[in-house]
Write a protein that binds this ligand. Structure first.
Ligand code: G6P
Ligand code: MN
Length: 451
């Protein structure tokens, strides 16, 4: 089994490789091809992966090759993981900074920052999808590239249901709730639906009974996990659901914008500096054995510990608890998905797929985030209860903004791009939308196609 990782020099690649090392099953991945435009990042990651493969107790590690040639990387692939960051962390920092300067949320994937990120990413991933269709027509594509919902939708125009988007946040949320309720995650049915980074857990069923009301009634339990502390027990009870952590940017928008404006650096700027140091220094190819992996691990730990720290500050909650650090493990989601398809091992996973008829307020092509049954024929969304009206409002208006991103990337029309910003519920004026686009166009060469 051959796996190709686009964005193979990316920081999360060792997580994926680590998951592959733990897979002893039949038909496991035997060969990994890393593709990246940046040879320096490829060299650093190749070293980290070599350290992982050389660790005590590791046997039959998948072979790793690295290349800067996309078609060569794709040829013969059974699976393609797409995990690129168009514009790099410098671009992310600009997405965040320019929005905050206009007084609206500046964040990687949500609000104006996410629109800017989508506008420069969609043309690139459409081209990648066409190249995959030519060079590896039989491959399944697992998309991690953010903003994952709109990017998956863009790739699906070319690849249909052979592209599936993933995110770790709903899985992590489901796990944390299951643990609190004393249920094993695999025994729980999680009633979750929405868009990527915009969904809600409406129920958690164990043995046919919905256990979520028990959690919502328990003040102590509610205050004991990440989303409970972020949103507060009272608001969770009002909603009657547990939102994805990214909904914090909507429900506490003014507060998070202020906290982000007051922060010394944006998250993107922090990560840009942190990763620059990692790739330039400790990731060098000439260190002693094990040193690249150790440097990577230190960097990763610091990154995880500071994740969404401003949001936690706004909510008046302290450091992340050990139990909150355990994410859904996006590499585990990716591996479970790949296994279910390759070995026809049925699994239920929360994924980003085309809606078909799942949410009646959206059309069939709209990519949504929803529990899916996965087998050798791909991911099949399951039927879910409709969303309540306030959630319908958010989901449809964010999808409308995403559709304008897709339209602008196809037409190159500035008016479509302005519309994308202006229609987003976290951008409060058309005048602001116009200034945002001007600011972003000046900063990002990747937006040069807009006229
Ligand atoms: C979660 C989300 C990803 C997002 C990441 C940002 O894992 O699911 O979509 O990219 O957080 O984390 P960072 O450490 O880069 O701020
Ligand atoms: Mn995500």
């Amino acid at each position: 089994m051959r796996l190709t990782i686009l964005g193979g020099g990316g920081f999360r690649v060792p997580l994926v490789y680590g998951a592959l090392l733990g897979d002893r099953g039949e038909g496991r991945v035997s060969h990994v091809t890393l593709y990246d435009e940046d040879p320096g990042r490829l060299t650093a990651m190749t070293r980290v992966l070599a350290d992982q493969a050389a660790a005590p107790g590791v046997a039959d590690a998948p072979a790793v090759t690295a290349t800067g040639d996309l078609d060569e990387a794709l040829r013969g692939a059974d699976f393609v993981f797409s995990a690129i960051r168009v514009g790099g962390l410098e671009g992310r920092a600009a997405d965040e900074r320019i929005a905050l300067a206009e007084g609206v949320l500046g964040q990687e994937t949500v609000g104006a920052g996410g629109i800017a990120y989508g506008l420069r990413t969609v043309p690139v991933v459409r081209e990648i999808a066409r190249r995959i269709a030519r060079a590896a027509p039989g491959a399944w594509v697992i998309n991690f590239t953010n903003p994952a919902g709109v990017v998956t939708e863009a790739m699906a125009e070319v690849l249909g249901d052979r592209v599936i988007g993933i995110c770790d946040s709903p899985v992590g949320l489901g796990r944390r709730i299951a643990r609190l309720l004393g249920a094993r995650p695999r025994d729980a049915w999680i009633d979750y639906v929405g868009l990527n980074h915009l969904g809600w857990v409406r129920g958690l069923h164990v043995g046919g009974r919905d256990e979520l009301p028990r959690l919502l009634a328990d003040e102590v339990a509610l205050e004991s996990f990440e989303e409970g502390r972020l949103f507060g027990a009272e608001w969770l009870r009002s909603l009657g659901a547990i939102p994805n952590e990214y909904l914090h940017y909507y429900y506490f928008n003014r507060d998070t914008v202020r906290a982000y404006q007051e922060a010394e650096r944006t998250r993107g700027a922090f990560l840009r500096d942190q990763q620059r140091a990692f790739y330039a220094g400790t990731g060098r190819p000439d260190g002693p054995p094990g040193s690249a992996l150790a440097a990577w691990d230190r960097t990763r730990a610091e990154r995880e510990a500071t994740y969404m720290s401003e949001n936690r500050e706004v909510a008046g909650v302290g450091e992340r608890e050990e139990s909150d650090l355990e994410s859904g493990g996006y590499e585990q989601v990716a591996l479970a998905l790949m296994r279910a398809i390759a070995r026809d091992e049925r699994a239920t996973l929360i994924l980003n797929v085309r809606n078909r008829g799942t949410l009646s307020v959206l059309d069939a092509e709209a990519v949504i985030e929803v529990p899916c049954l996965v087998d050798a024929n791909g991911a099949h969304p399951v039927a879910v209860d409709p969303l309540p009206l306030h959630a319908v409002g958010l989901v449809t208006s964010v999808k409308a903004a995403e559709r304008e991103v897709l339209a602008a990337a196809a037409s190159g029309a500035r008016a479509d791009a302005v519309k994308a910003f202006a229609l987003h519920p976290l951008v409060d004026s058309v005048a602001v939308a116009r200034r945002l686009l001007d600011g972003y166009a000046k900063e990002h060469p990747g937006l040069g196609y807009l006229r």
